[in-house]
Ligand binder design. Structure first.
Ligand SMILES: [Zn+2]
Length: 190
């Protein structure tokens, strides 16, 4: 029987809906990606994850591993590539798994979804999920990687200053002008 990190497809789909709010195809594929990465990662005591997209995939990692955005063991790099890496948190040795655009010829509805060839309303969601389950790990690429030192471990805590404009506490930056990032022009709120 097909499983994702020891869960049945039905169990995992229920977990997705409870956590993510809907049964997103990217999270189902993400389940197979996490499963493949965990089965092939180097033996290590503690691992961290990098996710190369901010869409869907981080939630698969958070559901199936101890790595969350909040505990710092998951880093999200918003490059828009549907890929994740699981690596030894001390030496950076790990495996990267991505959804392969060149392996989708036999799975037209996955291709339509992944490459946005059809509008969402025109996609056949049932067929899409059937194709994803049938495809499993066969549409994924995996390779060994060594993560750059910049992405290993936690950043050393920097000093805290009070923003000259809003008065809130913020971490002092390398080139600091006494303002937090938001007051310095990020325009988060109107
Ligand atoms: Zn401020």
């Amino acid at each position: 029987m097909t499983t994702i990190c020891s869960y049945t497809i039905e169990q995992y789909m229920k977990m997705i809906e409870d956590f993510h709010g809907s049964s997103a195809p990217g999270l189902l594929i993400g389940g197979f990606m996490v499963d493949l990465a965990l089965k092939n990662k180097p033996e290590c005591e503690f691992y961290d994850c990098i996710c190369e997209t901010a869409t869907c995939l981080p939630d698969a990692i958070q559901l199936l591993t101890p790595c969350t955005f909040g505990n710092g063991w998951l880093k999200v790099i918003n490059a828009g590539r549907f890929a994740l890496t699981v690596f030894d948190k001390y030496n950076g040795n790990g495996v990267r798994v991505n959804l392969s655009a060149s392996k989708l010829e036999n799975f037209p509805e996955i291709k339509n979804w992944f490459l946005k060839l059809k509008k969402k309303q025109e996609q056949d969601k049932d067929l899409l999920f059937r194709e994803i389950i049938a495809a499993g790990a066969s549409i994924l690429d995996i390779k060994e990687v060594k993560v750059s030192p910049d992405f290993i471990g936690k950043k050393k805590g920097s000093k805290i200053s009070l923003c000259s404009q809003c008065g809130e506490a913020y971490p002092v930056r390398e080139r600091d002008n006494g303002k937090c990032l938001i007051c310095d022009g990020l325009n988060l709120y109107l």
